[in-house]
Design a protein around this ligand. Structure first.
Ligand code: GRF
Length: 190
C-alpha cells in the first residue's frame, strides 16, 4: 500500500501521537508519519520523534516567520496529510488553504458541543449526560469542520475532570486511527 506522508502537530504529552506511530507501523495503515511539528520545544511528545527516529521541527508562533518554517518543512518532507494531535494553536489560513480537506484534528468533546478549551469542566457544570471525542476536518473556524468519527460514553455521577479526561483519551486512541482509515478508504473508493 502507498502510504500518505503525514505530519503530526503536537504541543504537549503526545499520547495520541504515540498511538498513531504505533498504528502507522502496520503495513495496512494508510499513513506514514514523516514529520512531527511542535510549537513547544519542551513538549514531552518530541521524545517519541527521537525514539522512533522521525524528523521533527519546533517553532515559535510569536515569531513572524514561523509559518514559513512550517511550510518549507512540509514541502521538504513531501507531506500530503496533517493530523493535529493536542496542538494548542490555531492553524494559519494559508496552511488550511494549501491543505484543504487534508488536515484533521481530535477534540475532547462531542462537537458541535463544547468547542475550545476546558471541555470537561464545562460539561460537568452543564450536567451533560454524555462525554466523548470527535475527529473532524479543520477549517477556518475553530473546531467547526465536518465530523469524521465520534465516540461517546455516559458520564457517571462521581466523574471528575481528571477521569473524564482519562476515559475520553481511551476513546481517542480508537477514534483517531479509525478516522484515518475511513478517510483513505473513501478516497480509494471514489
Ligand atoms: C487530547 O485529549 C485531545 O483531545 C486534545 O488534546 C489532548 C492531547 O493529548 N486536543 P496528547 O498530547 O495526545 O496526550
Amino acid at each position: 500500500m502507498v502510504k500518505n506522508r503525514t505530519c503530526v502537530f503536537i504541543s504537549g504529552q503526545g499520547s495520541n501521537l504515540k498511538n498513531l506511530i504505533y498504528h502507522s507501523r502496520d503495513n495496512n495503515f494508510p499513513i506514514k508519519i514523516c514529520l512531527i511539528a511542535s510549537n513547544n520545544k519542551n513538549a514531552y511528545g518530541i521524545k517519541y520523534a527521537q525514539k522512533y527516529k522521525i524528523p521533527y521541527i519546533t517553532f515559535n508562533t510569536q515569531l513572524k516567520n514561523y509559518n514559513n518554517k512550517i511550510l518549507l518543512n512540509l514541502r521538504k518532507h513531501k507531506i500530503s496529510f496533517i493530523c493535529l494531535a493536542g496542538y494548542m494553536r490555531i492553524i494559519s489560513p494559508n496552511l488550511i488553504m494549501k491543505y484543504k480537506n487534508r488536515i484533521i484534528n481530535i477534540h475532547p468533546s462531542l462537537l458541535p458541543k463544547f468547542k475550545g478549551l476546558n471541555t470537561f469542566s464545562r460539561m460537568l457544570k452543564n450536567k451533560e449526560k454524555r462525554a466523548g471525542c470527535t475527529v473532524h476536518y479543520v477549517n477556518k473556524k475553530l473546531d467547526s469542520g465536518n465530523s469524521i468519527v465520534q465516540k461517546s460514553f455516559f458520564i457517571k455521577e462521581n466523574d471528575k475532570v481528571s477521569n473524564l479526561k482519562e476515559k475520553t483519551q481511551r476513546l481517542e486512541y480508537k477514534a483517531f486511527p479509525e478516522a484515518i482509515i475511513k478517510i483513505f478508504r473513501n478516497k480509494t473508493n471514489s
